[in-house]
Design a protein around this ligand. Structure first.
Ligand code: GDP
Ligand code: IMO
Ligand code: MG
Length: 422
């Protein structure tokens, strides 16, 4: 399979979990390299639904090594819960999961600060998942964070945590929020550290050994291109590099060991949380929500929905170097007479062919649409490209062409076999 970076080409929730699961068949190792348990990756195996938050989706295929890389922020209590949940469902985790010793740890004060900052922002809030992601990465950048290597060293951890709780309680007090009890945090985190210790290792060395053995590594992106801290719709973004470069920094595997980049995108657009979404459309949101679709896998929030935005996906192809595209949720459009695709933006009297950096300008962009005829037939049982309705094929080819990458997978349902290799 070669070393593959998989990224979300839109605003997250593109169906990465499903495509990762499909591609894992040809991989030896699956690595998460950024984000934390803000992610929610859904995988169906038969009728059994799994939602992965921190553990790479590759864990669901037997005998695949899964790695939580150095670029991830780990909430150890939530990770222990996730491991327990997987084991209850009969998934083997011991021996199949490694955690980087240099990944940063998310603490309750990060979650509390996340919440308090959102409250303070009022109507300008980001709409975060409240998992403490921003404050945890903030501490990493400020060089004041604690890492997994500290968590699993009890005397050092006690000392460092005592200082951190004191320091953060002072900040929480300034927000008018209740202080945290060092004893409680210490107790739960010590227990989680003890539980996770057997999984913790120098994952950079493990990955380099694997590349020397010519193992196939799949880098599982979380979030999406427009939530990237550098390339997204700042400040309405997450706090990590969700674009392809993040796979290198977040794993320690260098760029010249990467062979291809797969971009995952929906056949339409969704976004959860605040920030601009030029093609947002109430009608398509209504249609998808009535089908019971597009509710967040992590927070359960209804996702905002809109038409496919080719200006945005073209930008994503550019900053990620996307070679191949996997388009998911084609079946969501099955009932429509006509389907719109945004091919450019109009901002005042100017036509824009790219995503503007100024958030105020972007918020005012009005999509310029091209219309495609709907195929008006169910696609969810189709497994072969030649059998797909010609109008659906034309639509897929058009959005791939507009994005500027080769279409390699079309997904027509959440299950493994609802996948068309093009
Ligand atoms: P991720 O965060 O990118 O992994 O995506 P999520 O799991 O948060 O959201 C994608 C949703 O779409 C999940 O409910 C998937 O089960 C579902 N899904 C993925 N591909 C398809 C598809 O082709 N058709 C349908 N109907 N659902 C899909
Ligand atoms: P997956 O991996 C969709 C969004 C939040 C919010 C912004 C910042 O499942 O695609 P954060 O909690 O990260 O500080 O929130 O980013 N967000 C996601 N949206 N999918 C995700 O992950 C997301 N992770 C974060 O809704 O707008
Ligand atoms: Mg998701």
């Amino acid at each position: 399979m070669a070393n593959t970076i998989l990224v979300g080409a839109q605003w997250g929730d593109e169906g990465k979990g499903k495509i990762i699961d499909v591609l894992t068949e040809g991989a030896d190792i699956v690595v998460r390299t950024q984000g934390g348990n803000n992610a929610g990756h859904t995988v169906f195996i038969g009728s059994q639904k799994f939602v992965l938050h921190l553990v790479p989706s590759g864990i669901l295929r037997q005998g695949k090594l899964c790695i939580i890389g150095n670029g991830v922020v780990v909430d150890p209590v939530s990770l222990v819960e996730e491991i327990d949940g997987l084991q209850k469902l009969g998934i083997k985790v011991d021996g199949n999961l490694l955690i980087s010793e240099t990944a940063h740890v998310v603490f309750p004060y990060h979650r509390e600060l996340d919440e308090q900052r959102e409250i303070l922002k009022g109507k300008n809030k980001i709409g975060t998942t409240k998992r403490g992601i921003g404050p945890a990465y903030g501490e990493k950048a400020a060089r004041t964070g604690l890492r997994v290597i500290d968590l699993i060293n009890p005397p050092r951890f006690e000392l460092l945590l005592r200082q951190k709780v004191k320091e953060n309680n002072d900040i929480l007090k300034a927000f008018g929020a209740a202080p945290l009890s060092f004893r409680k945090v210490h107790e739960t985190y010590r227990a989680a550290g003890d539980r996770l210790r057997p999984f913790v290792t120098n994952t950079v060395i493990k990955l380099h050994e694997a590349t020397r053995r010519k193992a196939n590594i799949l880098f599982e992106g979380a979030q999406g291109t427009f939530l990237d801290i550098d390339h997204g719709t700042y400040p309405f973004v997450t706090s990590s590099n969700t674009t392809a470069g993040g796979a290198c920094t977040g794993s320690g595997v260098p760029p010249n060991r990467m062979d291809r980049v797969v971009g995952v995108m929906k056949a339409y657009t969704t976004r959860v949380g605040e920030g601009p979404l030029p093609t947002e459309n109430a009608e398509i949101a209504d249609l998808l929500h009535k089908m019971g679709r597009e509710f967040g896998a992590t927070t359960g929030r209804a996702r905002r929905c809109g038409w496919f935005d080719a200006v945005a996906t073209r930008h994503a192809a550019m900053v990620n170097g996307i070679d191949e595209l996997a388009v998911t949720n084609l079946d969501g459009l099955d009932s429509l007479d006509s389907i719109k695709v945004c091919v450019a933006y109009r901002c005042g009297s100017t036509r824009l062919e790219y995503v503007p950096n100024d958030i105020e300008v972007f918020s005012k962009c009005v999509p310029i649409y091209k219309e495609f005829p709907g195929w008006k037939t169910p696609t969810n049982r189709v497994t072969n490209w030649a059998r797909l309705a010609p109008k659906a094929r034309s639509y897929l080819k058009a959005i791939a062409d507009l994005t500027g990458a080769r279409l390699s997978i079309a997904s027509v349902g959440p299950a493994r076999d609802q996948t068309i290799f093009v």
